[in-house]
Design a binder for this molecule. Structure first.
Ligand SMILES: C[S@@+](CC[C@H](N)C(=O)[O-])C[C@H]1O[C@@H](n2cnc3c(N)ncnc32)[C@H](O)[C@@H]1O
Length: 263
């Protein structure tokens, strides 16, 4: 199967955009959505850890154990690199593995907090991935999950699937042209909305500590790609005895975010 090389994009994020400012933004957004001031004494697993930024944020918020898991070798190297430069070597484990590997996932144990932001829909079998990781949550523990919204219509999720599919089967040069065109298109759209693209880029850091260009390439290329409606995600967790604690939804092709507690 064609897969987007997420790890390379995260490596470029760490090389070009990682700073104390983005770490602080990630901590703020994480604590805010979890509705906590501290993660002291909590165990935390970051499924599909990408750059490792949010694992580091959890440790900075006081988590006693953090486990970062990613399928992509380069993403795993990213988390290892942040770990090596952090004071948290004792409390931070990094593993390479897939959310679709049920025996690997169940062997990781149970956690107070499962964080899986923008990951399950990129595994190739979103519902199986969500099923597997639903077992890693302790009773009374929570899962913070973000899943691409299902937008109906010609310019909706189906069209995005086709764009991403085309990007991933294209040769390197076509990929680079598509990236250039997509970034330029977004630049022009901002100008047409009378927004200064450079201000947008620099203020983008406050969004979970991410970078505008990294996210644009991820949106264009992120494949495999699936999506779900708010109702589908809600029903999935309700059937498994989870209760909704927090939610942030979108009407567009972005991620709906959910916090569920295991009863
Ligand atoms: C869009 S990124 C999100 C990264 C991070 N969670 C964040 O919010 O910044 C998706 C991540 O999921 C990882 N991923 C994709 N399929 C996976 C799988 N089957 N098992 C584990 N990780 C996977 C990718 O390698 C990538 O790092």
């Amino acid at each position: 199967m064609n897969r987007f090389e997420f790890g390379k994009n995260w490596q470029s994020f760490l090389n070009n955009h990682f700073s104390n400012e983005v770490l602080e933004a990630s901590k703020l957004k994480l604590a805010d959505f979890l509705k906590v001031d501290t993660l002291a004494d909590k165990t935390f697993v970051d499924f599909g850890s990408g750059s490792g930024l949010h694992s580091l944020a959890a440790l900075e918020l006081g988590a006693k154990v953090v486990m970062s898991v990613d399928y992509d070798k380069v993403a795993v190297e990213c988390a290892e690199r942040l770990k090596a430069n952090s004071p948290y070597k004792e409390n931070w484990q990094v593993h390479q593995g897939s959310l679709l590997d049920s025996s690997f996932i169940s062997g990781l144990g149970q956690f107070d907090i499962v964080y899986c932001w923008g990951v399950a829909h990129h595994t190739g079998n979103m519902w199986q991935a969500l099923e597997n990781i639903s077992k890693n949550i302790k009773k009374g523990g929570v899962i913070f999950v973000a899943i691409y919204n299902n937008v109906e219509g010609k310019l909706g999720s189906r069209m995005w699937w086709q764009i991403k599919h085309f990007y991933n089967k294209s040769p390197f040069i076509v990929k680079k042209i598509m990236e250039y065109m997509y970034i330029s298109y977004n630049f022009v759209i901002l100008l047409l909305h009378l927004k200064n693209p450079f201000n947008v880029m620099s203020s983008y850091k406050t969004k979970r500590g991410m970078a505008w260009s990294t996210d644009l390439v991820d949106w264009l290329g992120g494949y495999p790609y699936e999506y779900a409606s708010v109702r589908e995600i809600f029903d999935f967790y309700k059937q498994r005895s989870f209760e909704l604690q927090n939610i942030k939804t979108t009407n567009y092709i972005g991620c709906n975010q959910f916090l569920f507690i295991k009863k």
